[in-house]
Design a binder for this molecule. Sequence first.
Ligand SMILES: *[C@@H]1O[C@H](CO)[C@@H](O)[C@H](O)[C@H]1NC(C)=O
Ligand SMILES: *[C@@H]1O[C@H](CO)[C@@H](O)[C@H](O)[C@H]1NC(C)=O
Length: 176
Amino acid sequence: MNHVIATISVLVLMALKVITASTETCKLGKISNQCIDNEPPCGYCGEYISITIIVTNTLVEPKFLSEVRVEKEPQQTLFYFLQLAVNQNSNLKFSSTYYAKLGFMVDTINKVTANVTAQTYWRIISVTSGNKPLECGVSSYIPVQGEVILFNFTTWSDTQNEKDAAFPQCIFGGCS
Ligand SMILES: *[C@@H]1O[C@H](CO)[C@@H](O)[C@H](O)[C@H]1NC(C)=O
Ligand SMILES: *[C@@H]1O[C@H](CO)[C@@H](O)[C@H](O)[C@H]1NC(C)=O
């Protein structure tokens, strides 16, 4: 009897070790202010979370406001959650450009495109953190449980005093 219990304990310990090891390999990057500095090759993967993504444009036609709740998905970058939101809502579409090291920048949501001449862009804000703009782009930002994230079509002049990670001058010329 003792022998059977001992064998089962060993098996349980071995299983736990395998689970712990795989979680560790998946969580290599360092995160500060919800920004991951170096995503592991297999992608960041955390606990299951639910978040809300809101996209709104009040500046040009077509104006819109839409909200998608993404329920119980493994914690990953915001870029991944944005794709899940599109999978859930067939009216929602986005496109983005990849910049070396910086990752993806969202150019267009629902046919409304950032425009350097018109000085417009898609600003990303954490509503839950008191409407604070994100300190990194969609490829580095790791949302947390219950977070509400807003993609707001805005102008450079409206955000001039508080530049953010998506601010075009920060991406193309560096922020001072
Ligand atoms: C960008 O904005 C300028 C100035 O408002 C406008 O003339 C131009 O057509 C816009 N470009 C695109 C691709 O929408
Ligand atoms: C969204 O952008 C519009 C247009 O620039 C601005 O008036 C509004 O204050 C912004 N909303 C937030 C929450 O920043």
